[in-house]
Ligand binder design. Structure first.
Ligand SMILES: NC(=O)c1ccc[n+]([C@@H]2O[C@H](COP(=O)([O-])OP(=O)(O)OC[C@H]3O[C@@H](n4cnc5c(N)ncnc54)[C@H](OP(=O)(O)O)[C@@H]3O)[C@@H](O)[C@H]2O)c1
Length: 307
């Protein structure tokens, strides 16, 4: 029987386990994918604790995960465009991606270019469409300066590169261990912590035009203090600050059709114009260890599970 990540009640990392489940059968419009890699994301850990139970209700046993890449195993009758053996990137809206076999709506898949590794493809969806949506939301332009917090994380590492592609100057807030990586991608690194506002002002003598906050914890106030207009600040984590200050909350929802954005990002990766750093790859059985590392909140790029 195929294996899948499961949890049977809200809780900490210890509720996660890998179970043997029924082989899923594709219904109308669905494709069964044999997963080669599945990324993990902080929101999954929050949902698992039950803290967002009103916004994102759960039923048990619950599966987990949105991001996936794999090989088409079976296609429902009437679904065109895919055949068994095709290599695909996609996402599950059913919290089911962290498994050996996953049912995916055909419209939520795109082809995986051969140049894109399984690990990169499997970790692309949530971070990729969120970075895409957040950067488009603040509309950086040539001659402008945009600051990205959490600049080396899953979303931030892609947001800084997509922002640079607009021609804007990009300042990335990150721990010093990530500064060389940021410089290597044309981003001005600035350390977070005490004095960060002064360091940003020194790095941006002409002022800051836009701010993408992927971390939370006071960065909205920092951005406003730097003179950034609320409509050019986008947050993806600190929704309380967004409600208080009227800044934007565009993440994946602003990115448009997920598969189309995935295809665009995969093309950039295949051409060597976008890098998805893969921090670590864990076997599916080590799902607890993977989330323990993610929840330390210092991941550079993506953590990915390999079934
Ligand atoms: N709304 C949406 O659509 C959406 C979608 C995806 C994610 N999210 C949310 O966005 C957030 C980021 O997600 P992610 O996947 O990018 O997480 P992640 O990969 O875990 O990001 C961790 C990053 O946070 C940085 N960091 C740690 N302490 C910091 C501090 N005090 N100031 C600034 N940065 C700090 C780390 O930087 P260093 O390692 O350099 O210290 C690391 O690069 C999460 O809260 C997630 O739930 C929302």
């Amino acid at each position: 029987m195929p294996k899948a990540v499961r949890y049977d009640r809200f809780g900490g990392i210890d509720v996660l386990h890998v179970a043997e489940v029924e082989r899923p059968a594709p219904q109308d419009g669905q494709v069964l994918v044999r997963v080669k890699a599945a990324g993990i994301n902080p929101s999954e850990a929050v949902i698992r604790t039950g803290a967002l139970a009103e916004m994102f209700p759960s039923t048990f046993p619950s599966g987990q995960g949105s991001d996936l890449a794999g090989i088409v195993e079976e296609v429902a009758a009437g679904v065109g465009g895919y055949r068994p053996g095709d290599e695909v990137i996609g996402f599950s809206n059913e919290r089911a991606a962290q498994a050996e076999l996953v049912l995916v709506e055909a419209g939520d898949l795109t082809r995986k270019p051969a140049e894109v590794s399984w690990e990169v493809a499997g970790g692309l969806y949530v971070a990729g469409v969120t970075a895409w949506g957040a950067v488009h939301s603040v509309r950086p332009a040539e001659g402008e300066t945009v600051v990205v917090s959490g600049a080396a994380g899953g979303v931030g590492s892609l947001a800084v590169q997509l922002a640079r592609r607009t021609g804007a100057t990009v300042i990335g807030l990150a721990g010093t261990g990530n500064h060389d990586w940021l410089r290597g991608h044309g981003v001005i690194p600035v350390a977070y912590g005490d004095g960060v506002a002064d360091r940003i002002r020194a790095a941006a003598p002409g002022g800051v035009d836009a701010f993408v906050d992927t971390y939370g914890d006071g960065y909205v106030e920092l951005a406003l203090g730097l003179g950034v207009a609320p409509e050019r600040i986008d947050i993806i984590a600190d929704f309380a600050a967004a409600a208080t200050y009227g800044v934007k909350t565009d993440g994946g929802t602003a990115a448009g059709p997920g598969a189309a954005v995935l295809a665009e990002l995969a093309g950039l990766i295949a051409d060597g114009r976008l890098e998805v750093p893969v921090a670590k790859v864990y076997p599916l059985e080590q799902v607890r260890e993977a989330y323990a590392e993610l929840e330390r909140r210092h991941t550079h790029g993506k953590i990915v599970l390999r079934p």
